[in-house]
Write a protein that binds this ligand. Structure first.
Ligand code: NDP
Length: 312
């Protein structure tokens, strides 16, 4: 069985930053990239708010740079999905990769991030990838000049609606309440884009189409009035779910599944297991805050391991 000093689960800004710091601290980190190597930034386009890039940078390119830096400093970055863990206070921690490869680790840093939420309609699942998408910037291109709909009223939905409006002929924005959740600036942008039609108090009943999306039936939840939107693309932008299910038996979380860390640190309830990035952050969720918390996790892990080895 393989034993490693520092195992990092997940490869977004938090995981790679933890790897950079852990490698420089000679902890010989092994990073398992997970289902979406590079994390959520690999499905975005321009990142304009990451300091140090005055002209912005493309998300996938930035994540390649994170990875390159971690590898150059000595991190062992591997393709694979951690499918099971067995954590004990003080360790060693047991981790299974792709259900078979068992590894023990002195310290584990969880940086598994979060994934897009879905409405839960059978038609949404059936047509996923055939007109239904949770990432406008990845798939918007396919609907150039066409009519599409987007569900959600947060900053993500507004940002994606604006993005789609540049490519598509018309964008219907389906909002379940009579107001947005998004910041005023984003609302303003949406409401001032002529080819975005915001439909308030409305929910999606069904996405219609046999092999591809042909329309969507929505219902006004105040009046009961139904309307069919002729669209070819249906985008869902209703928030995210932390990827923390496999840790549930061992790690304390809030009711939404976000891992609880000791305030101001990356310590979880299990000694030797640390957490960084969106898996523990439902408030900020930015690349730069995730990277910062990855740094904290590596420093906490190094210090914890040092005091354990010193018998303190
Ligand atoms: P949010 O949780 O902020 O918003 C989710 C939206 O989806 C809400 O409007 C919610 O409606 C709606 N929703 C949830 N479930 C359903 C459902 N079943 N049917 C219909 N609508 C539903 O998520 P975001 O991803 O938009 O944003 C996450 C965080 O990231 C926020 O803090 C945001 O500010 C930030 N962010 C910042 C950006 C920026 O500054 N450039 C860009 C993108 C995100 P309701 O309002 O009724 O609850």
């Amino acid at each position: 069985m393989e034993h490693v000093e520092c195992l990092i689960i997940g490869s977004g800004p938090a995981g790679y930053t933890a790897a950079i710091y852990a490698a420089r601290a000679d902890m010989k980190p092994v990073v398992y990239e997970g289902l979406q190597p590079g994390g959520q930034l690999t499905i975005t386009t321009d990142v304009e708010n990451y300091p140090g890039f005055p002209n912005g940078v493309m998300g996938p390119e930035m994540m390649n740079m994170f990875k390159e830096q971690a590898v150059r400093l000595g991190a062992d970055v591997r393709f694979g999905l951690v499918t099971k863990v067995e954590f004990t206070n003080g360790g060693p921690q047991k981790v299974w990769v792709d259900e078979k490869h068992e590894i023990t680790a002195d310290v584990v840093i969880i940086s598994t991030g979060a994934s897009a939420k879905w409405l839960g309609l059978p038609s949404e699942q059936r047509l996923n990838g055939s007109g239904v998408s949770a990432c406008a910037v990845c798939d918007g291109f396919f609907y150039r000049g066409q009519d599409v709909a987007i569900v959600g009223a947060g900053d993500t939905a507004c940002e994606e609606a604006s993005y789609l409006a540049k490519i598509c002929n018309k964008v219907y924005m389906i909002v379940r309440r009579d107001e947005f959740r998004a910041s005023k600036a984003m609302q303003h942008r949406v409401l001032n884009t002529p080819n975005i039609e915001v439909i308030f108090n409305s929910e999606t009943e069904e996405i219609i189409g046999d092999k591809v999306v042909e329309s969507a039936r929505i219902i006004n939840n105040k009046t009961g009035e139904k309307r069919e939107l002729n669209i070819t693309g249906f985008f869902v932008a209703i928030g995210h779910q932390p990827n923390t299910d496999i840790f549930k038996p061992f790690i304390e979380m809030d009711e939404q599944g976000y891992i609880l860390t000791k305030p101001g640190t990356s310590y979880t309830n299990i000694e030797g297991v640390f957490c960084a990035g969106d898996a523990q952050d439902k408030t900020y969720r930015q690349a730069v805050t995730a990277a910062g918390s990855g740094c904290m996790a590596a420093l906490d892990a190094e210090r914890w391991l040092g005091s354990k080895q010193a018998g303190m």
